[in-house]
Design a protein around this ligand. Structure first.
Ligand code: ATP
Length: 495
């Protein structure tokens, strides 16, 4: 199935089966804002629990926090969000559509990459086993030409972004003859910066309200509480603080369903370490975090690391975990080694000392921070898009039928078990329809009670993925299910 079709079907499916609804739908919706329905909220809660258990419960040196969404406005000056939390935007004068300039260039680069991939595919088909991919990539003139283009444009893009050179960004778009993806027009405005933070007022306007922001990330709530937690919890370095909460960004190009929303949830953990040890910890967290994702059992090849070539000025290492969504590999989680930048900034802007005193060595220092930051909604989307299958199945009478099945990891499924009573007549068809509905919701197990149940105390348990049905004793059910759907089982794959 074409990936575009798959994505459209997935979106329709989530609405039909109570996972996700467009916000304010009866008023024609609100762009890039979504509501989670009766099954969506269960899946979301289960993902949160899986993350919380893996990060907080499984680590004696990590504790949780729930900081407020409203924070002192100076926090966003210290963090750099007021001055620099900007996206470079460009408008198309004909279509009146607005884009992120860097995205347009990235998409243009991806086209050259697609050409290379296509040539490789052709070579593979033509030469079969004799095909040597490395040699082909190193010598084929078409590939070399396209690779050179990629290198040239990526080089210019990175330089323009790191030096905030908006004129050069525009020039790249002009030089590459990039057109509006929707209309094909090349009539562009200049590139401008746009701040992504939502503003609001604290207090009534009459008594001199002050401008505050809805937090664009949860991390700063952790930084400004780091000493409170350290002191009240007698934490020793290294230690971590984890938080799950809403964040708000006035995203310009809010497309791709819940991948990029204006109100979303993050699951972030800031790990405070001794300066000099941060890169070891960075490796540690990078490995543990990808294990967490892979433990869910979706196809492994859908995950990959992406190393940041363009590091923020305060970071000394950064990787993304990317997932292959129906619209390609995209960021799911960021793992960043942020040095002492944030705490130092807060120390300077607040005038309060944020040093850690190490009683063993007698030293005082500002800890370095390794951050893991994953989007809850993106994790949700990764699970649904990795779990959605359309399958042809054979019915007992030899006819074939289609089923849509969500192979959600059993421990995270909104409903673990459906109990289906058999009705008197036409049993086969009606039970088949009920199974289909549970498959579409992603319920891992169904139990049917039949006419013999009262006599032999047995029921039929049916597995969502294999569709195998077994008769088991009611008294064994607890044990069987506990083994299959427990969160502990998921955690055991990581630790
Ligand atoms: P992107 O480059 O896709 O805009 P980002 O690098 O700005 O993401 P971070 O600031 O590192 O993202 O935020 C950490 C995580 O929060 C991301 O990996 C993503 O999962 C999630 N996230 C960020 N912005 C959004 C959004 N608008 N909607 C949903 N999730 C988001």
């Amino acid at each position: 199935m074409a990936q575009d079709d798959l994505f459209k079907k997935l979106i329709a499916h989530t609405k039909e089966y109570g996972y996700i609804f467009p916000s304010s739908e009866i008023y024609d919706g609100l762009s890039a804002v979504y509501d989670y329905g009766q099954y969506g909220v269960e899946l979301k809660n289960n993902i949160k629990q899986f993350w919380w258990d893996a990060m907080v419960k499984m680590h004696e040196n990590i504790v949780g926090l729930d900081s407020a969404i409203f924070m002192h406005p100076d926090i966003w000056k210290a963090s750099g969000h007021v001055g620099a939390f900007n996206d470079p935007l460009i408008d198309n004068k004909d279509s009146k559509k607005r884009y992120r300039a860097d995205d347009l260039v990235e998409e243009h680069i991806a086209k050259y990459q697609a050409k290379i991939d296509k040539d490789v595919e052709k070579g593979q088909t033509k030469f079969g086993d004799a095909f040597n991919k490395e040699q082909f990539l190193a010598t084929n003139p078409n590939v070399l030409r396209n690779q050179e283009k990629i290198n040239e444009i990526s080089g210019r893009l990175t330089k323009a972004l790191t030096t905030d050179n908006l004129a050069e960004l525009k020039q790249i778009i002009v030089d590459c003859e990039i057109a509006d993806p929707v209309t094909g027009s090349k009539n562009w405005t200049d590139v401008r910066q746009f701040n992504l933070m939502f503003e609001t007022q604290l207090g009534s306007t009459a008594d001199g309200a002050s401008k505050i922001y809805l937090r664009p990330e949860t991390a700063q709530g952790i930084f400004v509480n780091y000493l409170n937690v350290q002191k009240s919890g007698r934490m020793k370095i290294p230690f971590g603080i984890a938080q799950i909460g809403k964040a708000f960004r006035n995203e310009i190009v809010a497309r791709q369903f819940i991948f990029r929303m204006r109100e979303f949830e993050q699951m972030e953990m800031q790990f405070f370490v001794k300066p000099g040890t941060e890169l070891e910890w960075f490796e540690h967290w990078k490995n543990l975090r990808i294990k967490w994702h892979k433990a869910m059992g979706l196809p492994e090849e859908k995950y990959r690391f992406h190393k940041h070539d363009k590091l923020a000025h305060y970071a000394n290492a950064a990787f993304d975990i990317e997932f292959e969504f129906p619209f390609g590999f995209k960021e799911l989680e960021g793992i960043h080694s942020r040095t002492d930048f944030d705490l130092k900034q807060h120390q300077e802007f607040s005038g309060k000392k944020l040093q850690f005193f190490d009683p063993e060595s007698g030293e005082s220092y500002i800890p370095y921070v390794v951050e893991t930051s994953v989007g809850l909604d993106r994790t949700f989307l990764s699970i649904l898009s990795g779990a959605y299958y359309e399958e042809e199945i054979k019915k007992e009478n030899g006819e074939s039928d289609m089923r849509v099945v969500l192979r959600i990891p059993p421990a995270l499924a909104p409903i673990k078990l459906a109990v289906l009573p058999l009705i008197k007549y036409d049993e086969k068809d009606s039970i088949g329809r009920r199974y289909r509905r549970q498959d579409a919701i992603g319920t891992p197990y169904c139990i049917t009670i039949d006419h013999d149940t009262l006599k032999d105390n047995m029921v039929t348990i049916r597995d969502r993925d294999t569709m195998i049905q077994e008769r088991v004793l009611i008294t064994d059910l607890n044990m069987i299910l506990e083994e299959k759907v427990s969160m502990r089982k998921l955690l055991k794959k990581i630790f």
